[in-house]
Ligand binder design. Sequence first.
Ligand SMILES: Nc1ncnc2c1ncn2[C@@H]1O[C@H](COP(=O)(O)OP(=O)(O)O)[C@@H](O)[C@H]1O
Ligand SMILES: CC(=O)N[C@@H](CCC(=O)OP(=O)(O)O)C(=O)O
Length: 301
Amino acid sequence: MSTDHHPDPALLAKAETLVEALPYMQRYAGETFVVKYGGHAMGDPEAARDFAEDIVLLKAVGINPVVVHGGGPQIGKMLKTLGVESSFVDGLRVTDAETARVAEMVLCGSINKEIVSWIAQAGGRAVGISGKDGRMVVAEKVRRTQRDPESNIEKAVDLGFVGEPADIDRRVIDTISKAGMIPVVAPIAIGEDGHTYNVNADTMAGAIAIALGAARLFLLTDVAGVLDKQKKLIRDLTPGQIAALREDGTILGGMIPKLETCVHAVEGGVDAAVILDGRVPHAMLIEAFTKRGAGTLIGMD
Ligand SMILES: Nc1ncnc2c1ncn2[C@@H]1O[C@H](COP(=O)(O)OP(=O)(O)O)[C@@H](O)[C@H]1O
Ligand SMILES: CC(=O)N[C@@H](CCC(=O)OP(=O)(O)O)C(=O)O
């Protein structure tokens, strides 16, 4: 028997990490975390394995994780293979009937089932669904206008079958979560008109987070979080500060709809939304269970 009372420092550090996580685990037990896994964050198999382990760990400590995934780059690749032209307006893919068919095939088919498999490999039980299943998400057609550069007149642009959630029935997700399983949702919805609608994955995740009264909305992407003009990570933001950063041109491109989703979510009752780097190993665990956190946290003033 050892008489040494000082354990290996490396083991002690591991134990301390677990103890540091305890108050966070206690705080979040029984709460819902909605996690959006973006198409860009999805590329690397190693990162995908870490992501799946984090999700299974959240479930194991009594949190209800709900995964909403993207797949924009993968849809783009398939459309190219099939010779279908694709364009974007304000970060939204213009979706005709053929594009909607391909988006549904890629999102609900290969990507959704791949994530379900990763979670299974990490020891969890995931159920892959789309917004159509159980009539969970009923979408309405997105209406946009654009200024014509020649006449300077605002004109309506038809994005086709691009939808935004108008009505969410949480029963399917609740049933899966209560059964000890993890819902994995593809951002495809049904319209009142019976058509298939393509929904931006950030928008879908935000709407589901509000409907579930989630404690956290995590948006996993391919940057460290929101960066300032010097490319330094901004750790905390409020809706007011986001409006100012948009005004001065710090926030551009895909970050604009992402932050709109975050503001909408926290104003809709989600405690906080966090933009995280999905390429960083275990970014979600660092954010949820350590004092340091990771990424940019958006909360109310
Ligand atoms: N201030 C900013 N901080 C961080 N990223 C920004 C900022 N402004 C614009 N971006 C861009 O937003 C991108 C993330 O949005 P997007 O490409 O739509 O992500 P995803 O495909 O994961 O949903 C970043 O890769 C970056 O190019
Ligand atoms: C309407 C619309 O733009 N839908 C998106 C859905 C996928 C998505 O949002 O994927 P990421 O999160 O990986 O970008 C699209 O067709 O690309």
